[in-house]
Design a protein around this ligand. Sequence first.
Ligand code: 13P
Length: 289
Amino acid sequence: MFKLVSAKEMLGKALNGRYAVGQFNINNLEWTKAVLMTAQELNSPVILGVSEGAGKYMCGYKTIVGMVEGMLEGLNITVPVALHLDHGSYEGAKDCIEAGFSSVMFDGSHYPIDENVSKTTELVNICDEKGLSLEAEVGSIGGEEDGVVGAGECADPDECRQIADLGVTMLAAGIGNIHGKYPENWAGLSFETLEAVKGKVGDMPLVLHGGTGIPEDMIKKAISLGVAKINVNTECQLTFAEATRKYIEAGKDLQGKGFDPRKLLAPGFEAIKSTVKEKMELFGSVNKA
Ligand code: 13P
């Protein structure tokens, strides 16, 4: 009870049931609480994503494990929750495993394929031994995240097969998706690449990064072709910032004593709850806990 779980079982069920589990990146206590409470209210499994930058901001991976485990108990969260490193370096993945994360992503997409293979193999062995899930990436995801800039490639299906065969739990394959907002002239997701990758990796759950701003019909089609996990970060940032800005502009301070921090962050908290609810409904994970 109240324990973090590996993402393996929830993603296997999602793949079979043709829906996707949302990975929502967290940056502070309010975001984390909003995602967990929404998952519980909607009876949905959920993955909390932590970038290395967010890990530093929140005082290190151990602090995050402590906060999340405390919340599972304090908020009485009984739906399956995985705590997952997002776009981890090789060292970052090892640190998160040590700190008590239940899932990690090793983003070796910028290494030559042989080095990606050898580092991923080592992490597969460690994760297997500890019962953790591991995400690997082939073909970098476009846009910028935490200072890491990717060009938005389409993955090579044979390389996907090579990495999938190492025994990872899930695979992020670049299919023209981009982190952050999509540009006006974006060509859309490459379903051709997705189908080719799926044809090579069989029952491996596929991960769609850059979940902000992808049209609903493309999300649904991607799920129908084997995507079982979708990552969302920017949309939470945008709604959180907008709600906070409006609250400050309304100028309800405490008679010159500044803003009550709990009231200041409450509209952003509610905004994230709404965003997460909308995504879980779109991804089809409601009542799948
Ligand atoms: P967005 O910031 O575009 O929602 O993407 C999030 C993501 O893919 C995290 O890995």
